[in-house]
Design a protein around this ligand. Structure first.
Ligand SMILES: O=P(O)(O)OC[C@H]1O[C@H](OP(=O)(O)OP(=O)(O)O)[C@H](O)[C@@H]1O
Ligand SMILES: Nc1ncnc2[nH]cnc12
Length: 174
Protein backbone atom coordinates (compact mmCIF):
# COMPACT_ATOMS: atom_id res chain seq x y z
CA UNK A 1 0.00 0.00 0.00
CA UNK A 2 1.27 3.48 -0.87
CA UNK A 3 2.25 5.97 1.83
CA UNK A 4 1.68 9.71 1.60
CA UNK A 5 5.36 10.36 0.91
CA UNK A 6 5.06 8.21 -2.21
CA UNK A 7 2.76 10.87 -3.68
CA UNK A 8 5.18 13.79 -3.15
CA UNK A 9 7.05 14.75 -6.31
CA UNK A 10 10.60 16.04 -5.73
CA UNK A 11 11.92 18.44 -8.35
CA UNK A 12 15.64 19.26 -8.25
CA UNK A 13 16.77 22.86 -8.89
CA UNK A 14 13.32 24.50 -8.62
CA UNK A 15 12.78 27.41 -8.25
CA UNK A 16 16.55 27.82 -8.18
CA UNK A 17 19.68 25.71 -8.27
CA UNK A 18 20.32 23.62 -5.17
CA UNK A 19 16.68 23.51 -3.97
CA UNK A 20 14.77 20.22 -4.08
CA UNK A 21 11.18 21.37 -4.43
CA UNK A 22 8.72 19.10 -2.59
CA UNK A 23 5.63 19.35 -4.76
CA UNK A 24 2.20 18.73 -3.20
CA UNK A 25 0.20 19.00 -6.44
CA UNK A 26 0.92 15.32 -7.08
CA UNK A 27 -0.39 14.51 -3.58
CA UNK A 28 -3.64 16.43 -3.75
CA UNK A 29 -4.60 15.55 -7.32
CA UNK A 30 -4.84 11.89 -6.30
CA UNK A 31 -7.87 10.96 -4.16
CA UNK A 32 -5.83 8.52 -2.07
CA UNK A 33 -2.90 10.96 -1.74
CA UNK A 34 -5.24 13.72 -0.61
CA UNK A 35 -6.90 11.46 1.93
CA UNK A 36 -3.57 10.20 3.33
CA UNK A 37 -2.29 13.79 3.66
CA UNK A 38 -5.35 15.15 5.46
CA UNK A 39 -5.68 12.07 7.66
CA UNK A 40 -1.96 12.23 8.48
CA UNK A 41 -2.22 15.86 9.61
CA UNK A 42 -5.44 15.12 11.48
CA UNK A 43 -3.72 12.27 13.32
CA UNK A 44 -1.10 14.71 14.69
CA UNK A 45 -3.96 16.65 16.28
CA UNK A 46 -5.85 13.78 17.86
CA UNK A 47 -5.10 14.85 21.44
CA UNK A 48 -5.15 18.60 20.87
CA UNK A 49 -7.92 20.89 22.03
CA UNK A 50 -8.19 23.98 19.81
CA UNK A 51 -10.65 26.66 18.74
CA UNK A 52 -9.39 27.77 15.34
CA UNK A 53 -7.03 26.84 12.51
CA UNK A 54 -4.68 29.39 10.92
CA UNK A 55 -3.17 28.63 7.51
CA UNK A 56 -0.60 30.71 5.58
CA UNK A 57 -1.19 31.51 1.91
CA UNK A 58 -1.34 29.59 -0.28
CA UNK A 59 -0.55 25.98 0.43
CA UNK A 60 -1.58 26.37 4.06
CA UNK A 61 -5.13 27.00 2.78
CA UNK A 62 -5.23 23.64 1.00
CA UNK A 63 -4.50 21.65 4.15
CA UNK A 64 -5.85 24.03 6.78
CA UNK A 65 -9.45 24.23 5.60
CA UNK A 66 -10.17 20.46 5.63
CA UNK A 67 -8.63 20.25 9.10
CA UNK A 68 -10.87 23.09 10.31
CA UNK A 69 -13.88 21.40 8.70
CA UNK A 70 -13.03 18.02 10.29
CA UNK A 71 -12.79 19.57 13.73
CA UNK A 72 -15.71 21.94 13.37
CA UNK A 73 -13.59 25.04 13.91
CA UNK A 74 -13.21 28.15 11.81
CA UNK A 75 -10.30 28.79 9.46
CA UNK A 76 -8.29 32.03 9.43
CA UNK A 77 -6.11 32.87 6.42
CA UNK A 78 -2.73 34.52 6.78
CA UNK A 79 -2.17 36.30 3.49
CA UNK A 80 0.62 37.99 1.63
CA UNK A 81 0.62 41.78 1.90
CA UNK A 82 -2.20 43.73 0.33
CA UNK A 83 -4.75 40.92 -0.13
CA UNK A 84 -6.96 41.19 2.96
CA UNK A 85 -9.73 43.82 2.71
CA UNK A 86 -10.32 44.79 6.36
CA UNK A 87 -8.06 46.12 9.09
CA UNK A 88 -4.91 43.99 9.38
CA UNK A 89 -1.74 43.61 11.36
CA UNK A 90 1.40 42.55 9.52
CA UNK A 91 4.77 40.99 10.10
CA UNK A 92 7.89 41.10 7.98
CA UNK A 93 10.06 38.01 7.75
CA UNK A 94 13.30 37.01 6.06
CA UNK A 95 13.43 35.00 2.86
CA UNK A 96 16.57 33.46 1.44
CA UNK A 97 17.02 36.77 -0.44
CA UNK A 98 15.28 39.86 0.93
CA UNK A 99 12.09 39.97 2.98
CA UNK A 100 8.35 39.38 2.65
CA UNK A 101 5.33 40.59 4.59
CA UNK A 102 2.29 38.61 5.68
CA UNK A 103 -0.96 39.89 7.19
CA UNK A 104 -3.95 38.72 9.21
CA UNK A 105 -7.27 40.43 9.88
CA UNK A 106 -7.22 42.16 13.25
CA UNK A 107 -10.59 40.67 14.25
CA UNK A 108 -9.77 37.13 13.12
CA UNK A 109 -8.40 35.85 16.46
CA UNK A 110 -10.02 36.52 19.82
CA UNK A 111 -7.91 36.88 22.99
CA UNK A 112 -7.50 33.49 24.67
CA UNK A 113 -8.36 31.43 21.60
CA UNK A 114 -6.37 28.22 21.18
CA UNK A 115 -4.84 28.22 17.71
CA UNK A 116 -3.41 25.45 15.53
CA UNK A 117 -1.27 26.49 12.55
CA UNK A 118 -1.39 24.18 9.52
CA UNK A 119 0.92 24.44 6.50
CA UNK A 120 2.26 22.12 3.84
CA UNK A 121 5.93 22.50 4.68
CA UNK A 122 8.43 23.93 7.15
CA UNK A 123 11.75 25.00 5.71
CA UNK A 124 13.48 27.80 7.69
CA UNK A 125 10.41 28.35 9.88
CA UNK A 126 10.32 32.06 8.97
CA UNK A 127 6.72 32.02 7.72
CA UNK A 128 5.48 30.17 10.78
CA UNK A 129 7.42 32.38 13.18
CA UNK A 130 5.89 35.50 11.61
CA UNK A 131 2.40 33.94 11.77
CA UNK A 132 2.94 33.07 15.46
CA UNK A 133 3.97 36.66 16.25
CA UNK A 134 0.77 38.00 14.72
CA UNK A 135 -1.47 35.45 16.45
CA UNK A 136 0.14 36.30 19.80
CA UNK A 137 -0.17 40.05 19.18
CA UNK A 138 -3.92 39.43 18.84
CA UNK A 139 -3.98 37.48 22.12
CA UNK A 140 -4.20 33.96 20.66
CA UNK A 141 -2.35 30.98 22.09
CA UNK A 142 -0.57 28.73 19.58
CA UNK A 143 -1.12 25.23 20.98
CA UNK A 144 0.31 23.24 18.06
CA UNK A 145 1.93 23.72 14.66
CA UNK A 146 1.55 20.92 12.11
CA UNK A 147 2.99 20.37 8.65
CA UNK A 148 2.69 17.73 6.00
CA UNK A 149 6.46 17.98 5.41
CA UNK A 150 9.51 19.12 7.36
CA UNK A 151 12.93 19.82 5.87
CA UNK A 152 14.92 18.94 8.97
CA UNK A 153 18.22 20.20 7.56
CA UNK A 154 16.95 23.79 7.59
CA UNK A 155 16.35 23.64 11.36
CA UNK A 156 13.00 25.42 11.36
CA UNK A 157 12.04 23.40 14.42
CA UNK A 158 14.88 25.01 16.43
CA UNK A 159 13.50 28.43 15.55
CA UNK A 160 10.11 27.30 16.93
CA UNK A 161 11.60 25.56 19.96
CA UNK A 162 9.08 27.07 22.38
CA UNK A 163 6.18 25.50 20.46
CA UNK A 164 4.75 22.05 19.89
CA UNK A 165 5.74 21.30 16.29
CA UNK A 166 5.10 18.13 14.30
CA UNK A 167 5.15 16.89 10.72
CA UNK A 168 3.80 13.87 8.88
CA UNK A 169 6.85 13.47 6.60
CA UNK A 170 10.36 14.35 7.76
CA UNK A 171 13.10 14.81 5.17
CA UNK A 172 16.55 14.65 6.81
CA UNK A 173 18.14 17.17 4.42
CA UNK A 174 16.89 20.36 2.87
O1 LIG B 1 9.67 27.70 6.57
P1 LIG B 1 9.83 28.76 5.51
O2 LIG B 1 11.27 28.97 5.13
O3 LIG B 1 9.14 30.04 5.85
O4 LIG B 1 9.18 28.19 4.16
C1 LIG B 1 7.97 27.48 4.13
C2 LIG B 1 6.87 28.28 3.50
O5 LIG B 1 7.19 28.54 2.12
C3 LIG B 1 6.17 28.02 1.28
O6 LIG B 1 5.22 29.01 0.97
P2 LIG B 1 5.50 30.19 -0.05
O7 LIG B 1 5.84 31.44 0.72
O8 LIG B 1 6.46 29.73 -1.09
O9 LIG B 1 4.07 30.48 -0.67
P3 LIG B 1 3.04 29.57 -1.50
O10 LIG B 1 2.44 28.57 -0.54
O11 LIG B 1 2.04 30.56 -1.97
O12 LIG B 1 3.80 28.88 -2.63
C4 LIG B 1 5.50 26.93 2.10
O13 LIG B 1 4.19 26.66 1.67
C5 LIG B 1 5.56 27.49 3.50
O14 LIG B 1 4.48 28.37 3.79
N1 LIG C 1 12.08 22.77 -0.78
C1 LIG C 1 10.84 23.27 -0.81
N2 LIG C 1 9.85 22.60 -1.45
C2 LIG C 1 8.60 23.10 -1.48
N3 LIG C 1 8.24 24.25 -0.89
C3 LIG C 1 9.18 24.96 -0.24
N4 LIG C 1 9.13 26.12 0.46
C4 LIG C 1 10.37 26.37 0.92
N5 LIG C 1 11.23 25.41 0.57
C5 LIG C 1 10.51 24.50 -0.17
Amino acid sequence: MKKVEDYVRSIPDFPEKGIIFRDITSVIQDPEGLKLAIDGIQNLLKDVDFDVVVGPESRGFIFGVPIAYNNHTGFVPVRKKGKLPCETISEEYALEYGTATIEIHKDAIQPGQKVVIVDDLIATGGTTEAAIHMIERLGGEVVKVVFLMELEGLKGRERLKDYDVDAVIKYPGK
